[in-house]
Design a protein around this ligand. Structure first.
Ligand SMILES: Cc1ncc(COP(=O)(O)O)c(C=O)c1O
Length: 407
């Protein structure tokens, strides 16, 4: 691909990041090699000191991984420009999981004695990391309602050592959104960096760098891979110097790098991201409206329904409401269990963003490690069911839901 071509997002999903290798392979190959040859002792020294660019050892990087990192960086930067008109350039680091990407993000940006500011309703693993791992490293987290911008400002004012504001929007599984633009401006006024977990939206539906954030991360396990074939995570940053030094050092030393096979699967999956997301979103709209009008459904959290408190905010910062929703069946936990057990087409499993529709029960699975009080405060009620709407024919999804809701 010629570098200066002005391509649409879907074309970038296919072409961005690709570099033809010496054998002219059309598809990025799987480089299954743990180490790389040094042509001379001098060359080895130059590689290690950074004077020469090249591959050294699999934990530091791999050509398959580089191509997918560059693809995702291009998608997050798609059509974004610096104030002087030059295109935004981002650096991405692929990890073995979303949690590995979060670990690198937090440990490379927050040190002992510093604090993280975040909001309710985070992914269960992130919440557990904040509760159970970071305190022993001397890192405290303040959780507040980020809908209240005055409360956010008060926190930033009174706590001088908040190093990072971490946002997850839309959040898992309530679909709560927070205002990326307003919060980033506030944080930057207090010298605090901002990171966004963009897993639910993908760069197709939301580009946090448009609002000036410092980092974006994804669990690539979800929509980016799209087929449920590999666990992965990506951390993307706009301060290239910081990414290439401090963050890269943490990436390499924490050992959470990905591998060539998973990177290959991710690279293939992303090629159809735009197509899949359009279908996911169309199907989700129909499913949400069906559930919202069903007599056996108590309530539905879906950003595309005007009843969702963040309907307007979603319209401001996202291209579409996405494919995730959560709902409660009338009768709470027991009715929800019966509903899940009756499903025939929709798959009962955790995770999200795969071609098939996935249904799960957060309180007993992804959020089982989160204290019940905090869980309820985050809107994760005992009977809440999360649904990641797939790309099957929507009539088939609807008829499965209809038969399962006849309790
Ligand atoms: C929003 C969000 N962030 C992060 C993660 C963690 O990703 P992984 O399971 O790939 O480590 C998940 C996993 O479900 C998630 O839903």
């Amino acid at each position: 691909m010629k570098k200066d071509l002005q391509l649409g997002f879907g074309s970038q999903c296919i072409h961005a990041g690709f570099e033809a290798e010496q054998h002219r392979s059309h598809i990025t190959p799987i480089y299954a090699s743990s180490t790389y040859l040094f042509d001379s002792a001098e060359y080895a020294v130059d590689l290690f000191t950074g004077k020469e660019k090249g591959y050294i050892y699999g934990r530091f990087g791999n050509p398959t991984i580089t191509q997918v990192e560059n693809k995702i960086a291009a998608l997050e930067a798609y059509n974004l420009f610096h104030e002087d008109g030059s295109p935004l350039e981002l650096k991405a680091l692929l990890h073995a999981s979303g949690m590995a990407a979060i670990t690198t993000l937090l440990l490379s940006n927050v040190k002992e004695g510093e604090k993280i500011l975040t909001h309710y309703s985070l992914y269960g693993g992130t919440q557990e990391m904040i509760d159970k791992v970071l305190p022993s490293l001397g890192i405290e987290t303040i959780i507040i309602d980020m809908k209240d911008l005055d409360a956010v400002e008060r926190a930033l004012q009174s706590e001088k050592n908040i190093a990072l504001m971490h946002l997850e929007t839309p959040a898992n599984p309530t679909l709560q959104c927070v205002d990326i633009d307003a919060l980033t401006k506030l944080a930057h006024n207090y010298n605090c960096k901002v990171s966004v977990d963009n897993t639910f939206a993908t760069p197709y539906l939301q580009q946090p760098f448009k609002f000036g954030v410092d980092f974006v991360m994804h669990s690539t396990t979800k929509f980016l891979n799209g087929h449920g074939t590999a666990i992965g995570g990506i951390l993307i940053g706009k301060d290239l110097e910081w990414m290439n030094t401090k963050v890269t050092k943490h990436h390499r030393l924490l050992g959470g790098n990905s591998n060539a096979f998973d990177a290959y699967l991710l690279n293939s999956g992303i090629k159809t991201l735009e197509l899949r997301m359009d279908r996911h979103c169309d199907n989700a709209e129909k499913v949400a409206s069906f559930l919202a009008n069903h007599p056996n459904v108590d309530f539905v959290n879906y950003l595309g329904l005007v009843s969702h408190p963040d309907y307007t905010l979603c319209k401001q910062q996202m291209k579409h409401a996405g494919a995730l929703m959560s709902f409660e069946v009338k009768g709470g936990f027991d009715a929800g269990k019966k509903f899940i057990n009756k499903l025939q087409l929709c798959t009962h499993a955790v995770s999200l963003g795969t071609c098939d529709t996935l249904v799960s029960h957060p309180a007993s699975t992804t959020h089982v490690g989160v204290a019940r009080e905090l869980r309820l405060k985050s809107g994760i009620t005992d009977g809440l069911i999360r649904m990641s709407v797939g790309i099957e024919n929507v009539a088939d999804i609807l008829s499965d839901l209809e038969q399962a809701l006849c309790i």
